[in-house]
Design a protein around this ligand. Structure first.
Ligand code: NI
Length: 198
């Protein structure tokens, strides 16, 4: 199933065709050049971490962040992207960067499920979930597209969702987005360059 997702960047809208769970981005915004006006992406949130503690953006302020939105039942894209995130973190060892995995499926992604899931990938990754309203709010501020697709095989449904890795500044402004085509090496190199330049 193909879904059109609109991603608002600095007043301009980039339309992307995201193929369900292969998340193949046919048309994508440039992600390597700095994006003007990108501050409209991101913002305050209140969620629950994988240890059951209520947290807000303030708990992660002061560090750069890499954020991926997905769901633990994801058959293909999320596991690959989280493995990639783990590789990026290992390549950036010693850098003050906070990795976050935010669920778009809070009904199934309980605190315990999130804990078991993120621990499979990297000890530094913090899993965040919450109630439906909390998750809807953070998805809206990060312009995340996600919709339920009925699926017998996936325990009733799966989520078709956008699959970008977000690089956020210490003060929660969007620096850039990495599409699924970017490798861990590309992303780690890009982050190193940006942090050295700043
Ligand atoms: Ni996924």
């Amino acid at each position: 199933m193909m879904a059109a997702a609109a991603f608002v960047i600095g007043g301009g809208i980039a339309y992307m065709q995201v193929n369900s769970e292969t998340a193949r981005v046919v048309e994508k915004p440039s992600t390597i050049e700095p994006m003007a006006g990108a501050a409209q992406v991101g913002g305050d949130f209140e969620l629950v971490d994988h240890n059951g503690k209520t947290v807000t953006q303030a708990d992660f302020s002061g560090a750069h962040k890499i954020i991926f939105f997905g769901f633990t039942y994801c058959p293909a894209v999320c596991p690959v992207e989280l493995q990639k995130m783990a590789k990026v973190l290992d390549a950036l060892d010693g850098t003050d960067i906070q990795p976050l995995f935010i669920s778009v499926d809070p009904e199934r992604d309980t605190v315990d499920v999130m804990k078991g899931y993120v621990e499979q990938f990297h000890p530094a990754i913090v899993g965040l979930t919450g109630n439906r309203a909390q998750v809807d709010a953070v998805m809206e501020s990060y312009k995340v597209y996600a919709t339920k697709i009925e699926s017998e095989m996936m325990d009733g449904y799966m989520m078709d969702h956008s699959a970008f890795m977000y690089l956020m500044s210490p003060d929660d402004a969007l620096i850039t987005l990495y599409p699924t085509e970017d490798t861990a090496e590309n992303i780690a190199e890009d982050i190193k360059n940006r942090l050295n330049a700043s």
